[in-house]
Design a protein around this ligand. Sequence first.
Ligand code: PMV
Length: 308
Amino acid sequence: MEGRFTAPGKIILFGEHAVVYGKPAIAIPVSGMRATAWSEPGENGITINAMDVNKKIKLSTDKNQFSVLAQSILAITDRQEPNLTINLTSKLPQGSGMGSSAATSTAVCRALSGHLGVDLDANEISELVFEAEKIVHGTPSGIDNTVVAYEMPVYFIKGQNPETFEPGKLFRLVIGDTGIEAPTKETVANVRKAWQNEPGLMEGYFDEIEKITRNGKIAIESGNAEQVGELMDENHELLNSIGVGHKILEELVEIAREKGALGAKLTGGGGGGNMVALAEDKETQKKICEAITEAGYSAYQTSFGEQV
Ligand code: PMV
C-alpha cells in the first residue's frame, strides 16, 4: 500500500451565490473533516473505489468527477493509464455545503499524482479539481477547489488568482447540519432564474453581499470577532432575500444566537445543508454545539486562524 493522501472540507463564511456573479467570497478550510485516498496495485487500468458509497469507477466506462479528473492528470503528465486501485473514503457529508466533492477529488488527485511521482502545486491541483467540479456542480465559481487545495482562508473572485490571507486571531465556529440535502446545482439554478426575472433587484442584493464580504475580510484580518459576527448575520438576511433560506436553517440560526453566538448564517448553497455560527469562546462554542445536538441535528466544532 502506498501513502495516504488527504484533503479538508470547507465552509463559506461570506459571499456564496454572489460569487457566481463576479463578487468576492471568503471560504475557510475545515481541517478536522477530511477525505482520504490511497492507492494499491490494481488491474485493467485505474479503478476508483468509492468505499462510502460502495461504488467502483472505471476510467474507460464511467464519466464522473473522478474519471474526468484522472483522465486530465494522465493527459497533463503524458502518462499511460496504470493498473491501479485508488481507495477513497470521506468524513464529509455530501450535498451540504462542506465541499465534499472538491475534497474527494483533491484527495484522489494527490493519490494519483503521488503514485505517478508527479509533484503538483496547490494551483495545479485546484485547476484539475475545478474540471471535476464542473461535472458535479454545472457552473461552479471555483471557490471550493481553491480553498480545499490551498488549505488556507481564501478571498476569492471568479477568474482571478486566489488570494490567501491570515486571520488576526483564532475564530471558533459551530457548523450545524439541517440534514437536508440541497444540491448546489439546484440552488444556483434557482438563483439564476430569480436573477433573470428581476436582475436589478438581485444585483442590488449581490452588491450588498459584496460590501459585507470586503468588510468581513478586514474584520477577520484584524481579529474583530464581534464585527465578523454582525456581518454574518447581515449576510444571512441577504441570502434569505435571494431565496436560498430554509426553515430548519432559521431554527439552527435561532438556537445559535440564543446560546450567545456572535453571528450565524447559512453557508454554501443553502436551501438546506449547513449553518455556521461564530462563538466568542470555547464555552459558548460548546453550548451552541450541544443545543443543536439536543434539538436533534448534527453539529461540529471547528476553528481557523492562529492558535492563542
Ligand atoms: O454548497 P457549496 O458549499 O458547494 O457552495 C456553493 C457556493 C455557491 O456560491 C452557491 C456556488 C459556487 O459555485 O460558488
